[in-house]
Design a protein around this ligand. Structure first.
Ligand code: PMP
Length: 425
């Protein structure tokens, strides 16, 4: 429609075209509730991608807590305020020992920036290891270790990448683990030779922008062991995998049977209200605390604290981790059934409410990316929202709210099936 076109033109003029929108045919969203986003004309869209709305859009618990707090007090974190302490206690109760400290920030980028600063002070080293197509955020320090941003945002000289291995490419887990350990050694030895040393390996616990690779339990534990053998710390980025999404625990690292030294989280934490965090062992933060004054005006502000407190409470009370496991299992089955019926799907990967569907029948990878974009846009026109990701742009990414039910899974699968049938090859 003409008025949508003029809104896009206005947006480009005001914000610049770099500020990209979802979908070739963008939606003007004006409201949301539960698993649905609504367009201005009342059109309903099933949201199966936007992992901010982890407990469902506009959850009444969050709305009520935030509204009440905003009308009472919302200010600078340098005053003594109980909501921040209550949140810290409640959040830490969901972490295994020895993770016993938390610092609140406003965004996932800030959390990763802080986590890697802490790691550098703790280890006295400067080098950082990430996966080959990782995304960890927007600040200049974090962009320097976010290879998915491409050549326009080059990696820092202190950064080395390791592969995000496809488990299906290895004969067994032993071979996969051996390859992962070799790769970490190569990157770490290179950083040591270059004089940086290794401060940290920062990893998504589900390799998301690398193509949604979920590894057999235990693989990341082996990786963490190898990283620690260099005196470096393992930082788990739980911005996407955290808060129950993997369906077996609150955090993606739990499947792998290890405890990271530092954990970062964000996006779903306030269910839309900006709040993020770094959780760590107090001992690891000591050198940083001694050397640097860290202060974040809005990180864990009164309102942010009650928003996150509401999210944590709802995940517990609505048993959303178990729900992610149950409904997620059915989502996985539905996607694998689809894969059996089409030559367009090369692989279905994922766990809980986090799936990647790799398209691979289009010939060159360029074709697959075009087909993926077209599938995403066809689904959007049919009222179901997903996205495409991965180094080649050919992996459909599905990350619904944890409140999805079987009817939503059915609608998603039917709409995806129709899009795959009708897409131009
Ligand atoms: N880490 C991961 C894995 C992310 O997906 C993102 C956001 N897409 C970030 C960090 C950065 O979070 P934010 O956009 O809140 O700064």
């Amino acid at each position: 429609p003409a008025d949508i076109a003029s809104m896009i033109e206005r947006r480009n003029g005001l914000l610049g075209p770099g500020y990209q929108l979802f979908y070739a045919d963008p939606i003007e969203v004006t409201a949301a509730r539960g698993v649905y986003l609504y367009g201005r004309d009342g059109t309903e869209y099933l949201d199966a991608y936007n992992n901010v709305a982890q407990i469902g859009h506009c959850h009444p618990r969050v709305v009520e807590a935030v509204s009440r707090q905003l009308a009472t007090l919302n200010t600078n974190t340098r005053y003594l305020q109980k909501p921040l302490l209550d949140l810290a206690e409640h959040l830490l109760a969901h972490f295994p020992a020895p993770l016993d400290r938390v610092t609140l920030t406003c965004t996932g980028s800030e959390a990763n920036d802080l986590a890697t600063r802490i790691a550098r002070h703790h280890t006295g080293a400067g080098g950082i290891i990430v996966t080959a197509n990782a995304y960890h955020g927007v600040t200049s320090s974090v962009a320097a270790y976010s290879p998915s941003l491409g050549p326009g945002a080059p990696l820092g000289p202190h950064v080395r990448t390791i592969a995000a291995p496809d488990p299906a490419a290895y004969p067994d887990e032993v071979a996969l683990i051996a390859a992962v350990r070799d790769d970490v050694r190569r990157a770490a030895d290179d950083l040591t030779r270059a004089g940086y040393g290794v401060s940290a390996c920062l990893l998504d616990t589900v390799f998301s922008s690398d193509g949604v690779f979920t590894h057999p339990p235990g693989v990341l534990r082996a990786l963490a062991d190898e990283v620690r053998s260099y005196g470096a710390v393992l930082i788990a980025d739980e911005v996407q995998a955290g808060f129950g999404r993997t369906g077996d625990d609150w955090w993606g690292f739990a499947r792998h049977g290890f405890v990271p030294d530092i954990v970062t989280m964000g996006k779903p934490m306030g269910n839309g209200y900006p709040v993020a965090a770094v959780v760590l062992r107090a001992e690891i933060g000591r050198a940083f605390e001694t050397a640097v004054r860290y202060f974040n005006t809005f990180g864990g502000s009164t309102t942010a604290a009650v928003a996150a407190q509401a999210v944590v409470t709802v995940i517990e009370e609505e048993d959303l981790v178990a729900r992610a496991r149950q409904v997620g299992a059915s989502l996985g089955d539905a996607l694998r059934d689809l894969a059996d019926g089409t030559d367009l799907i090369g692989a279905v990967r994922g766990v809980g409410m986090f799936y990647g569907v790799e398209l691979s029948a289009g010939g060159s990878s360029g074709d697959n990316a075009r087909i993926a974009r077209e599938v995403v846009n066809r689904m959007r026109r049919a009222g179901v929202l997903i996205s495409a990701s991965g180094p080649q742009g050919n992996v459909l990414k599905i990350r619904p709210p944890l409140t999805f039910d079987q009817t939503h899974v059915d609608r998603l699968a039917e709409t995806l099936a129709a899009a795959l049938r009708s897409v131009d090859r």
